[in-house]
Ligand binder design. Structure first.
Ligand code: NDP
Length: 333
């Protein structure tokens, strides 16, 4: 089998040399385990955090270990009740073309929808949006929501759910093509290109023009310049589900913005909630029963960026961290 391991811990932006591509024998399976041939892998921003050994909510990947990640594939051998050769399954396969996993860590997938959806719109990112908006966004018709990385799997779901709930939705995205997609494919009322604004003040003026009634929900995916731009535009009683801060994942300095941000939290009486989706898995079946029929009916749109093969996976990952992807980043094997 072939796998990609963590060769060294990156400093700043990851480099291809931080990864090693290896071939090895497929491990023997034990009682209760299943061997999966992987057909589709997910690349997600959180993986940057796993490459670091800084303390976090989840353990780091050890040096020399397979990079962590979710995959989809078919069972090719099983010593577990309930899993037969040929079953389509998903689990934490890691960046590899085969994985041996305990049956308890696998979930069977239906055959009638594209398998990659289990990694995006009907998987962890879609579930993150659905959960965070309900629990912490508390959307009300007539309000205004702003979200960045708006064409990604989390942002695009946040925007569509908020729009369906009767909100005015404003996308922040990188480049004119992504801005057009945000409006035309995901139904945002307006989209603003953060790359067209060199500083937060200029970006803030553009967001202010698109949000005449202020901002009630800022869904935080990115931090950085976008956060700095939005904070003074928040309405009293606004909500900020804090989902990610990808602008800082590669270690860029935040600068001295804390007084501006903290002042907005105080004076606008904002509710700021950290969201880690792993706390919410009990709600996953409810998410699927709500959202899967809407995806099947075409009422929720999704976009995937498909790369091919394990060899280029490190480069695809590095590119995704700075906006190289358009839609959910998938790697097909
Ligand atoms: P995305 O595909 O949306 O993430 C990559 C995108 O981030 C890029 O295409 C780019 O979009 C945007 N981006 C990168 N750098 C910057 C920057 N400096 N400023 C603004 N945007 C930037 O992936 P996801 O939808 O999976 O993730 C979105 C966020 O949600 C991430 O922060 C991720 O870590 C977080 N997340 C958190 C979870 C949790 O449990 N808390 C679970 C899942 C995701 P563009 O080109 O449009 O700028």
């Amino acid at each position: 089998m072939k796998r990609i391991a963590l060769a060294r811990r990156p400093e700043g932006v990851p480099a291809p040399q931080d990864f090693s591509i290896e071939t090895m024998d497929i491990p023997a399976i034990k009682a209760g385990e299943v061997l999966v041939r992987v057909s589709c892998l997910s690349l997600d921003p959180y993986m940057r955090g796993r490459m670091s050994d800084a303390p976090s909510y989840a353990p780091s990947v050890d040096l020399g270990a397979t990079m962590t990640g979710q995959g989809v594939g078919r069972v090719v051998a099983s010593k577990a009740d309930g899993f037969a050769v040929g079953d389509l399954v998903t689990g934490m396969t890691g960046w590899a073309d085969h994985a041996v996993l305990p049956a308890a860590e696998l979930r069977k997938l239906p055959e009638d929808i594209p398998e990659s959806t289990a990694l995006g719109v009907l998987g962890m990112p879609g579930f993150t949006a659905w959960t965070g908006l309900r629990k912490y966004g508390l959307p009300k018709a007539g309000e205004t929501l702003v979200v960045a990385s708006a064409t990604g799997p989390v942002g695009s779901m946040v925007g569509q759910l908020a729009k369906a709930a009767g909100l005015r939705t404003i996308a922040i995205a990188g480049g004119p093509e992504k801005c057009a997609l945000a409006v035309e494919t995901f139904g945002f009322d307006a989209a603003i290109d953060h790359k067209a604004h060199d500083d937060a003040a200029s970006l803030r003026a553009a967001i202010a023009a698109a949000t005449p009634d202020g901002v009630d929900i800022y869904w935080e995916n990115v931090g950085g310049k976008v956060l700095e731009a939005v904070m003074p535009l928040m309405n009293v009683g606004g909500r900020i589900p804090v989902c990610g801060m990808i602008a800082w994942y590669n270690g860029a300095e935040a600068g001295d913005k804390l007084p501006l941000i903290w002042r907005s939290v105080l004076t606008k009486r904002l509710s700021v909630n950290g969201l880690i989706i792993f706390d919410h898995w009990d709600d996953f079946p409810d998410f699927l029963s709500d959202v899967a029929p809407k995806v099947a009916a075409g009422d929720i749109a999704y976009l995937e960026d498909i790369a091919h093969g394990l060899d280029d996976m490190p480069q695809t990952f590095i590119s995704m961290l700075t906006g190289g992807n358009t839609g959910k980043q998938i790697v097909k094997l």
